[in-house]
Design a protein around this ligand. Structure first.
Ligand SMILES: [Zn+2]
Ligand SMILES: [Zn+2]
Length: 196
């Protein structure tokens, strides 16, 4: 029970660390011609690996979370290789391999995918609440809007009157998950070619 509460605290702190201000991050991302939720998520993954070397030495809880997952998923291992140098990559690999239990136990999900899922939920809920405000709806209606997967998630949130119509009126409805300039490793595998 105590371990579960420690883990919940760890993930709550991770979200706070990478999304200290959901509203500010969304306002900034709304200035780009792409889905604002995808933009923030892409930034979070990149920032995660930028901060990794310092955190790896200073934060045992973060190191343990990566080791319990046996490292990262394929897409995020590629991103680690793009962002960090060989020494950091070698250190992570060595520590992850050292921590493999005997006999092997099931690995936890990729920590970056897990963080992104939590950040995504917070962003979608925040954007849904934001659209309760008429000025915010007018502003949003002039923008390209969110991608189809995030539109679907937003439509499942308890929205204020008028918000649903605003979301459906934006030109980006039905487009792919991310804008072409975002990191290709961040896209689901089936969507990569469609953006080339
Ligand atoms: Zn999106
Ligand atoms: Zn991942």
């Amino acid at each position: 029970m105590e371990a579960e509460s420690c883990e919940a605290d760890f993930w709550r702190d991770e979200v706070r660390r990478f999304l200290p201000d959901a509203g500010g991050a969304l306002v900034d991302a709304l200035g780009y011609v792409c889905c604002p939720v995808c933009k923030v998520l892409s930034d979070v993954s990149y920032e995660y690996f930028c901060r990794l070397p310092r955190r790896w030495s200073d934060e045992p809880a973060m190191r343990r979370a990566v080791c319990r997952a046996r490292g990262f998923c394929s897409a995020h291992t590629w991103l680690l290789a793009r962002v960090q140098g060989q020494i950091t990559i070698a250190q992570v690999c060595a520590d992850v391999l050292d921590a493999v239990p005997t006999p092997p136990a099931p690995a936890e999900p990729c920590p970056v995918c897990r963080l992104r899922a939590l950040v995504e939920k917070a962003l979608v809920e925040h954007l849904g609440r934001r659209l309760a405000d008429a000025d915010a709806r007018r502003h949003y209606a002039r923008l390209p809007g969110v991608c189809y997967p995030h539109l679907e998630q937003l439509l499942r949130v308890d929205l204020a009157p008028g918000a649903r119509e605003t979301l459906l009126s934006c030109p980006a409805r039905g487009v792919g998950r991310q804008s072409p300039f975002l990191c290709p490793e961040e896209r689901p595998a089936g969507e990569v070619d469609a953006h080339r």
